[in-house]
Every structure is written in C-alpha cells, then in structure tokens.
Design a protein around this ligand. Structure first.
Ligand code: ZN
Length: 458
C-alpha cells in the first residue's frame, strides 16, 4: 500500500510549508513539492493542514474506579480518539497492592489487544513499592513501559507516602524511567471531605470545594522538591491550578527538569460549571477539579511560554445514568472523570490557535511532538518526517462543528462541551499509512493498533 498526500500545508512543531507527503506501507518515505510518484491512493489536501496525528498521553480506558468502569473500552475509546485526530494514546495500567507490575501490564495489554484501533503505550501506576517492585521497574523500562505514575492523593487506594515516592524517583535516576505525579495533598483533602459530609454538604460542587488549589500547589511543590533531591526529572499530570503552575514555573526558572501537562477541561471549563442546577455539576467531577475562570488565562500563558509542555485529556468517562448517579446524595461517591479524548485537537485549535493564544506550531507541539519527546516516542511519532510512522491528520481549519454527545463517538451519555461551536476539524485520519477516518466514517479496524515500546530517557 502506498499513499500520496498532495497540495497540503504541512505543519510540524517547527515548520510550516506547502508540500506533498509520500507514504509507503506504514512509513513516511518522501516529502517534497510536486511529487509525482504513483500511489495506490492519493489525497488532495488543498486548503488543509497536514499534521502529525495527535498523541494523548493521559487516558483511562476500561478502568475500574469507585465500583464502576470508565465507559469507553479500548475499542470505543480509540475509535473516538481517531475521529478527533488522535492516533496514539498512552493509557495507565494499575498495579494494585499485592500485585506485581507485570501482572498489571499483562492485564492492560489484554484489555487493548484486538480492540485498539490506534497505537498505544502504557504508563504504570504503582500503588505499593516493595524491593521486588523496584527491580521490576528496571525490567519494565527495558520492555518499553518507561514511565511510572504515582499518586499523592486518594489515601488508602492509590496514595504513596513520600518515602516510597522518593525511592521510586531514585530508581528512575538509574533506569531512565520518568515519574508522572498526581499532585494533590490527599490527606488534607480527605479531612475536608469528611468535614463537609458531616456538615451535610453533599452536592457535586463540594467535590471542588474540598480540593483546594493550594492542596495541588503544595503537592506540586513537594513532588518537585523530592525530584530535585533525587536529581531526576518529574512530570506533573493534569495540572489545573495557578498555585501549581507557579511551582513548576519557579522550578523551571531555576533550571530544574520539571514538566507538566494541562487538559482542555481546565482551559475551557471552570468552577462555575459545578453551580449548574440539580445534579448537573456531577458531569464535571474530576480530580483535580475545575478551577476559577481566571485560572484559564494563567494556563494559556503557561502553555505559550513553555512552563506547561503538553495538553492531554485525562479521558475517563462515566455516564450520568447509572454511574455519576452513584454519588447522588454524597459527592465523594461520584466517579471521578470526564470524556475528552475526541474533542482535544479541535478545542485547542479553536480556543488556542484561532484566538491567538498559541501558534500553529505550538499547537502541534503541545498535542503531539512534545508528549512524543517526553515519553520516548519521538521521532517515530509526533512529527512528519522521512522514517516516521505515517500517523497523519488532514485538518480543515475552516470547517465548523457543534460538539454534542449525540454526534461524538465516545460511549458516554453527555458531553461537558455540549452545544459549543468549534472551528477546525480533523477530516481524514491516517494511522501507520492506513486511512482510518474519512467522510465522517470510521474505516479502520479494531485491533489494528499496536503496543508501542517506548525508549527510556537518554
Ligand atoms: Zn488520570
């Protein structure tokens, strides 16, 4: 199979130019102007951007949480991702206490096999750090699972103490792995949650009111301080608070290898959503919670000035019916998470590039190139270059669409951006040389995605 993409405007993290892209089998082989080789399929990309497929380095497909499962499995979730212009995800495998990391990895590999329609890798969530687990971390890095997520929140479920966090960090200093941190002070939050419930405060908004921005700022500061002592990089996941961004900015100004991602929900939604009538606020129950509207400008500034390096989704959908409703009468029982895997590229283009907050190159960098670099996938993924995987999106910057749960493909009964109009749509999506979305239809195959063995830090 060969594919020729003609007349488009090729956009990577560093370049913008008119050109043609020739793909043989699953790889980009030639880029030039007026390419004339014959191909099995030719795509006319006139008036379109030709961009590397999006990389969403934070998703939770088929994940157990709070007695239920996230609503998208690896089939529906990756197909939705493809519709939205994302061709690679990095999901999270979870080690539960008493289990080995390899058991967790096997479990998640089985969830993805035969289902994933795009390529995927895994971060490993460590909830118990024993000597044996430390040894396994080394093996996993060699096997392509090169990042480990640790929690400073959810005591008794996911949370690790500082000593374990520090040990894991020291280990990555030797094995080339990367620590990803959920940075919220779980102890403080638990006390506030119990206090609120005792006072009869049970509505969804109390989810946000018991997770103060300063609790995220404190944990972010601590995570960076521990990494500084261990002399390793650290990557803060789903940064939402200005108080946390300040900590990352301060550390980076001192030259420390501190990195962070934010997510579209923190750029486009705010605490005000929790004040929606009735139980509607449950749609936005996620951790960290949505912050005051003023925070959005701070985050955009962080993205523009490279204090934030990536935009992921933390896609973790739960239906209002039967799932979110578990927390009616007790906000602490609302499953944490929201859908986003399908809407990221358009939202960030519309609200970022079109509004003049970030450049076209920066958009590609934040949604593809930078996550690929940080997580050991570059230059196989995250760019369009000879030798790179042909994961390519033909993006129409002039086409508008209205976001709605009715037309999106995520398997969840609401959308946090319902009714929002966005301009900029992924029209044709190519995964390793094969067209998987075209004319509004999924034409790929569940199970065609492959596991990505990622490289350790060099
Ligand atoms: Zn997450």
């Amino acid at each position: 199979m060969s594919l020729l993409i003609k007349n488009g405007t090729i956009v990577t993290a560093s370049d913008i130019y008119r050109g043609d892209v020739f793909v043989e089998s699953d790889t980009v082989t030639t880029i030039g102007t007026n390419l004339s080789m014959s191909a099995d399929k030719t795509i006319d990309a006139s008036g379109r951007y030709v961009i590397p497929g999006g990389i969403d380095c934070h998703t939770h497909l088929d994940m157990p949480f709070g007695g239920t499962m996230s609503a998208d499995d690896f089939e529906s979730g990756t197909i939705a991702a493809a519709f939205g212009g994302t061709t690679t995800i990095i999901d999270f495998a979870i080690q539960y206490r008493g289990q080995t990391l390899h058991h967790a990895w096997d479990t998640w590999m089985k969830k993805a096999e035969g289902k994933a329609a795009i390529d995927y890798g895994f971060h490993m969530i460590i909830t118990e750090l024993t000597d044996q687990v430390e040894t396994e971390m080394d093996a996993l890095v060699q096997q392509g699972v090169t990042s480990f997520k640790l929690f400073m929140a959810y005591p008794g479920v996911f949370m690790l103490d500082d000593a374990s966090i520090f040990r894991a960090m020291l280990r990555t200093g030797q094995n080339g792995g990367t620590i990803c941190m959920h940075a919220e002070n779980g102890g403080v939050i638990d006390v506030l949650v119990q206090k609120a419930l005792a006072e009869g405060k049970t509505a969804p908004k109390y989810h946000a009111l018991t997770r103060p921005a300063r609790a995220e700022g404190e944990a972010t500061h601590r995570a960076i301080a521990l990494a500084e002592i261990a002399e390793v990089p650290v990557y803060i996941v789903h940064l939402s608070a200005a108080e946390a961004l300040e900590m990352v900015t301060e550390a980076r100004d001192r030259g420390l290898p501190a990195y962070a991602e934010t997510c579209p929900q923190y750029l486009f939604l705010s605490y005000d959503n929790y004040e929606e009538p009735g139980f509607e606020g449950a749609k936005y129950v996620m951790s960290p919670p949505l912050r005051p509207k003023e925070t959005q400008d701070r985050l955009w500034r962080g993205l523009a000035f490279n204090d934030l390096q990536a935009i992921s989704t933390d896609h973790c959908p739960f239906c209002m019916k039967e799932q979110k409703v578990l927390g009616k009468g007790d906000f602490s029982k609302i499953p944490n998470g929201a859908p986003g895997i399908e809407t990221r590229m358009s939202l960030v283009f519309d609200g970022g590039v079109r509004q003049g907050r970030i450049s076209l190159n920066r958009w590609v960098e934040l949604t593809a190139a930078s996550p690929a670099r940080i997580f050991g996938l570059f230059p196989r993924k995250g760019t369009i270059a000879p030798g790179s995987d042909a994961d390519i999106v033909i993006f129409n910057p002039g086409k508008s669409t209205t976001l709605s749960a009715k037309t999106l493909h995520m398997k969840v009964d609401y959308n946090p951006y319902e009714g929002r109009n966005v301009t900029g749509v992924s029209e044709i999506v190519i995964s390793r040389g094969k067209v998987i979305v075209e004319n509004g239809k999924f034409v790929g195959r569940a199970g065609s995605g492959v596991f990505l063995k990622r490289s350790p830090r060099s």
